[in-house]
Design a protein around this ligand. Structure first.
Ligand code: NOJ
Length: 561
């Protein structure tokens, strides 16, 4: 740890861990900045933008996976945990990136993908080679049932069955994601020790923690794997050993280390009560979790079945999480990441009110209690993309869904494409829009996925030069979290919970009370605010001050009362 990365735990004003007042920025390396013109972003590209990130003011950069990978799932299928994929650079590029980030006071968090490996990982190659290979038990192998079918009816997150028959030994292996992503068997102590040793090596190298991919799936309900066929794809997460595994990981990897780390576990399906347990500091498991409740509210039967967002449902959901983790545990706050459509298109108005709705959601989210995560491009109000044909899409999830829906379920290609436009992960993965030059300044070559054609207007350079800069708004929010203890640690209270368009809440500490009011609508808000703000101090807003209590479309204000 370099000197510039202080542990704020015992600083004068803050007694809570450093990450309670930190803001994390997620980089999706393929799509951030390409330094060598091969069309794929890389580590040296990220390094070249560290001043941009320092200027934004973020404390931590989380890198989506950069390890060697066949890239079936853009790096979430890892072939070798110990190296860097040549498409992103080398280990020495990585060291240089970490060193230069640390010089700017920015920590670097790696993605840890250990629910599964790539099917090209040596561990899996060995495991599949014979039934008595010493690594056989490192993965989930099962015999076919009598009729030759898969051991149970679990389905993969990327369409189709979660079991693939391997010809070499005539047994099935489990993959909760693509068939190129076989699940590791965490019941096996050697697997766990191999993972912990790998994590220790990255910490020794200087990284500052891990974002843990689908970490609540590592513990399976083993009886279901052996039991009768199940009708649905759920039931495999949060097996009985999950807390034991995470405690052991903490003990083996972090305990006794001299450093200030960040651990965040991605946990689909996690409940508030579970999250409080996972993040209870006395339990030594993880610092915070990514939950999915709030980003599932605009989905019907499944992910590609978009339904309109009910604001009441969204704010009451987030408020329940605020309340549930108020005494014990800690929230992570996000509306965007590499798996989610762009926030301003999904929950805002990316046409007439792009600046206003991008900044409204920024203010609302960053004023909750928890650690905010910004996904690349969010800070300049990047939007969803609408490629005109499925050929332009790259994401395995969207492509598999499209094929299945059109070929097997006879759905109209145009309506499936429409759903991919709304919900597909490639919305988040088009290249970062730096400027209005060709390919948005992302690459001098041909990008691996098309640039959103709106880059000519929406790009970092134009945004920062504009009087209504989303970037500048984020800068102010980040600064506020660093400087204001109420923003970092104050209590949360939702106001007007059943109002259909007003998002209002208090944040309260012993020394002050803050009020957020936000009009989540294309129409002005003409009703009464929850209280008279006449004498309150306006700390931040996304419109010019008009002294009027009426909120304009997508207007958000933060008051000190
Ligand atoms: C969650 C990751 O965020 C996603 O991108 C990935 O496809 C799956 N886990 C599988 O690793």
């Amino acid at each position: 740890m370099t000197d510039s990365l202080s542990d704020q735990t015992d600083s004068e004003n803050f007694t809570a861990p450093w990450w309670t007042r930190a803001v994390v920025y997620q980089v999706y390396p393929r799509s951030f900045a390409d330094s060598d013109g091969d069309g794929v972003g890389d580590l040296n590209g990220i390094r070249s933008q560290l001043d941009y990130l320092a200027d934004l003011g973020v404390d931590v950069v989380w890198l989506s996976p950069v390890y060697p990978s066949p890239q079936h799932d853009n790096g979430y299928d890892i072939r070798d945990y110990e190296d860097i994929d040549p498409v992103f650079g080398s280990l020495s590029d990585f060291d240089e990136l970490v060193a230069q980030a640390h010089q700017r006071g920015i920590r670097v968090v790696m993605d840890l993908v250990v629910n599964h490996t790539s099917d090209e990982h040596d561990w899996f190659r060995e495991s599949r080679s014979s039934i008595d290979n010493p690594k056989r038990d490192w993965y989930w192998w099962r015999k076919p049932r009598e009729d030759g079918s898969a051991p149970n009816g679990w389905t993969s997150a990327f369409s189709g069955p979660a079991w693939t028959l391997d010809e070499t030994t005539g047994e099935y292996y489990l993959h909760l994601f693509a068939k190129q992503q076989p699940d590791l068997n965490w019941e096996n102590a050697e697997v766990r020790q191999a993972v912990y040793a790998m994590m220790r090596r990255w910490l020794d190298r200087g990284v500052d923690g891990f974002r843990m991919d689908v970490i609540n799936l590592i513990a399976k309900r083993t009886e279901l794997i052996d039991g009768p066929q199940r009708g649905s794809g759920d039931g495999f997460e949060m097996g009985p050993q999950i807390h034991a595994f995470l405690k052991e990981m903490h003990q083996e990897v972090f305990a006794g280390r001299d450093g200030t780390y960040l651990t965040v576990g991605e946990m689909p399906g996690v409940s508030i009560d579970d999250a409080a347990l996972f993040t209870d500091p006395t339990q030594h498991e993880v610092d915070m979790v990514f939950q999915f409740e709030h980003v599932s509210l605009d989905q019907g039967e499944h992910k590609f079945d978009p339904i309109p967002l009910d604001l009441v449902a969204l704010k009451t959901s987030l408020a329940r999480w605020q309340e549930g983790l108020a005494e014990t545990g800690w929230n992570s706050l996000y509306l965007n990441n590499h798996d989610q459509p762009r926030l301003v298109s999904r929950f805002g108005n990316d046409r007439e009110y792009r600046y206003e709705s991008a900044t409204l959601w920024a203010l609302v989210l960053h004023l909750h209690r928890g650690t905010p995560y910004i996904y690349q491009g969010e800070e300049i109000g990047m939007t969803n993309v609408r490629f005109e044909s499925i050929e332009h899409y790259r994401d395995i999830e969207s492509l598999n869904h499209y094929r299945e829906a059109v070929d097997e379920f006879d759905q109209a290609p145009s309506s499936v494409l429409e759903a991919v436009h709304a919900m597909g992960r490639d919305n988040a993965r088009t290249p970062m829009q730096w400027d209005s030059s060709e390919q948005a300044g992302f690459t001098t070559g041909t990008p691996w996925i098309g640039v959103n054609p709106n880059y000519v207007e929406i790009n970092a350079e134009a945004d920062r030069a504009s009087g209504t800069s989303v970037f500048a708004f984020y800068q102010r929010l980040i600064k506020l979290r660093h400087e204001n203890e109420t923003v970092a640690l104050g209590g949360f209270e939702l106001l007007e919970p059943s109002h259909p368009t007003l998002y209002a809440f208090f944040r309260t500490s012993p020394s002050e009370r803050l009020l957020v009011v936000a009009n989540v609508s294309d129409e002005p808000f003409l009703g009464e605010l929850p209280l008279d703000v006449g004498s309150a101090e306006l700390l931040l807003g996304n419109y010019p001050v008009n002294g009027d209590a009426a909120l304009r479309p997508w207007e958000a204000r933060l008051y000190r009362l």
